[in-house]
Ligand binder design. Structure first.
Ligand SMILES: NC(=O)c1ccc[n+]([C@@H]2O[C@H](COP(=O)([O-])OP(=O)(O)OC[C@H]3O[C@@H](n4cnc5c(N)ncnc54)[C@H](OP(=O)(O)O)[C@@H]3O)[C@@H](O)[C@H]2O)c1
Length: 286
């Protein structure tokens, strides 16, 4: 690992599902000045309170006011954007621009999902992330893309319904999926600041297993067989608008199932062993 070159980190989205864990991991590391940048107007937020109690500075800015943003970002070495769902380009472009003007060294954009073959047309939900990458790479800021696959905590959204013990496969059961806990994605993101390969690069983390293997682990942890529903035609029905047209989110899940690519991970470049799905399931009764 390289010598520590970054001291101050500002996070947009630190009150979110993942952002909280990134901020928490940076605070646990003990030597970073961590700022959680929130959108005005100020409001009470339990996660922000918790981060403040651990030493984070909480600041607010009007994200549509560049000078306001620059003022709060100034002095930051690394800007981590973990802003949530929506228009990933328009929700982040002002953060990239303000970071550049404020003298930020590295910008980590809100990726934190799956990876797809280079040159492949992005799914509409991801189009804004791709567009932002183009601007970021031209900006002169250092950048890191973190690809962590799907979070254990979001497996239900991806077709693994623990409550009803029902799994929906959008592709063959031998297809792969990469998975990780939110907490470990937070730790990897924090520790990436010390990994030389993260400079203008991609960091891939998590466990890779097939849908059948994941199902087996879910069945073992829940102590019962799950129903498997195969729905392999979603993308065609969506594209051809065949009634009932699947919702965009189902098309997105099928897109990931059918198109995500899985290069070797960088797990072994980091100092810790992530929580396996079985450990996670056993500590969070399925
Ligand atoms: N791989 C997976 O399974 C998976 C699952 C979920 C998400 N993700 C990815 O992880 C990233 C973070 O998602 P998340 O679920 O952690 O986000 P989230 O919980 O929805 O949190 C978003 C946070 O971003 C801030 N924010 C700033 N500008 C915003 C805007 N214009 N709209 C909405 N929120 C805004 C808000 O904080 P303040 O109110 O404090 O400003 C909010 O707490 C995204 O890139 C997402 O695609 C991946």
């Amino acid at each position: 690992m390289s010598d520590k070159q970054f001291h101050t980190v500002t996070i947009a989205g630190a009150t979110g599902n993942l952002g909280f864990h990134i901020a928490n991991a940076l605070l646990n590391e003990g030597s970073y000045n961590v700022t959680a940048l929130r959108r005005k107007p100020e409001n009470i937020n339990e996660k922000a309170k918790l981060l403040a109690s651990k030493g984070a500075k909480i600041v607010y800015a009007d994200f549509n006011d560049k000078n306001d943003l620059i003022n709060v970002i100034k002095g930051t070495d690394v800007f981590i954007s973990v802003v949530g769902h929506g228009d990933y380009y328009n929700n982040q472009i002002m953060l990239v621009n303000a970071s550049k003007e404020a003298g930020v060294k590295r910008f980590i954009p809100s990726e934190f999902g799956s990876e797809f073959a280079q040159g492949m047309e992005p799914h509409p939900i991801l189009a804004g992330k791709y567009k932002l990458r183009e601007v970021l790479e031209k900006s002169g800021l250092e950048y890191t893309y973190i690809f962590n696959g799907v979070f254990y905590e979001f497996l239900e959204v991806f077709g693994f319904d623990a409550k009803n013990k029902k799994a929906t496969f959008y592709t063959d059961g031998n297809a792969k999926l990469r998975i990780i806990s939110l907490a470990d994605a937070g730790r990897y993101t924090a520790e990436s600041l010390k990994i030389p390969e993260a400079r203008n690069g991609i960091i891939r983390v998590g466990f890779t297993l097939t849908l059948n293997e994941l199902l087996q682990k879910l069945e073992e942890a829940s102590g019962s067989k799950w129903e498997v529903v195969e729905d392999k035609d979603v993308q065609r029905r969506f594209k051809e608008k065949i009634d009932p047209v699947p919702p965009l989110i189902d098309d997105f899940k099928a897109f990931i199932s059918n198109n995500a690519v899985y290069h070797d991970t960088d797990n072994d470049k980091f100092s810790f062993t992530p929580l396996s799905i079985t450990e996670f399931l056993n500590s969070n009764a399925v």
